[in-house]
Design a protein around this ligand. Structure first.
Ligand code: UTP
Length: 290
């Protein structure tokens, strides 16, 4: 029986340069998809999959994320006074409990691998989930992380969620090569971050959900800069692959890169169309626009 996954890491220290000027003073993770910050959607995914502790790797200008996951005493007092019980209950539902969140600082955005390494003491010596907070995943049933945990319960080791990507886009992603698999899971045989156009080993890209063993931290401690002059998690995973099994998992669902303008706007449309109370009115407005 593999060790349980109790903790999740959310690296939120990036600069969000693709979304300037919106991200000049506000973290991109606080941009809203319908009426919830992107980071809240991702924490919801982790929480509904059974994660008990939420570790945020933050940086300058990201304090509002910490405030978002805290009680807002004045607001709650006003809501109570006004009898807004449904709103009060919704706020309480979204909030991890006392002691279930931790925040650490990356100090300089040296890359995703470096951000993950900054969580080493908070994670300790146990496997953990890593969720990129600017990637939202829409699924029909179980969330992406919940699907991954089901696979992990059978395989143990490390699990990377992957999806098929158009050949001309592959140079923007981490790409895995895989051996013959069973169902939606494939043993990983190699991986490369942002391969030069035409050199990708497959069309399976890493989209932002991982289950990793704690040995990744020892590798990250000595990891040098890779693609984009950043310390890359993919390079560290490749080194760990020499010692431990990795499974690539083709989850059922669709991801949206909310760090890009088109991805963010598409996520808003996709998530709005799933919301019962606005679906019909929003669809009518969309039809008029198109
Ligand atoms: P991205 O590369 O998408 O984020 O990293 P970014 O660097 O903020 O975006 P652009 O390219 O400048 O627009 C994926 C996730 O990893 C975090 C980011 O906050 C984002 O959620 N990240 C990235 C860090 O926490 N630290 C880093 O050094 C880099």
């Amino acid at each position: 029986m593999p060790a349980p996954i109790r903790k999740a890491v959310f690296p939120v220290a990036g600069l969000g340069t693709r979304f300037l000027p919106a991200t000049k003073a506000m973290p991109k993770e606080m941009l809203t998809v319908v009426d919830r910050p992107v980071i809240q959607h991702v924490v919801d995914e982790a929480s509904s999959a059974g994660i008990e502790h939420f570790i945020f790797v933050t940086g300058r200008n990201k304090g509002v994320i910490e405030d978002h996951f805290d009680k807002q005493v004045e607001l709650e007092a006003v809501l109570r006074e006004r009898g807004k019980t449904a709103e009060l209950e919704a706020l309480a539902r979204d909030l991890p409990g006392p002691g279930q969140t931790s925040f650490t600082r990356q100090q300089a955005p040296l890359g995703l691998g470096h951000a993950v390494w900054c969580a080493r003491d908070l994670v300790g010596n146990e496997p953990f989930a890593l969720l990129l907070p600017d990637v939202l995943v829409q699924t029909e049933g179980k969330s992406c992380l919940a699907q991954m945990l089901e696979l992990y319960a059978k395989t143990g080791g490390n699990v990377i969620a992957v999806e098929e990507t158009d050949p001309e886009e592959l140079h923007n992603y981490g790409v895995v090569s895989v051996g013959p698999g069973a169902g939606a899971a494939f043993p990983v045989t190699g991986m490369v971050e942002k391969p030069a156009p035409g050199t990708a080993p497959s069309n399976l890209t890493i989209m932002g959900r991982y289950i990793l063993q704690p040995e990744i931290f020892d590798i990250l401690a000595g990891q040098t800069r890779g693609a984009g002059d950043e310390i890359q998690i993919t390079d560290a995973m490749l080194a760990l692959l020499a010692k431990q099994p990795f499974h690539a998992f083709k989850y059922a669902g669709r991801s949206f890169d909310c760090g890009s303008k088109v991805g963010f706007l598409t996520a808003n449309v996709a998530f709005a169309l799933k919301r019962e109370e606005i679906r019909v009115a929003f669809y009518d407005e969309l039809k008029k626009l198109i």
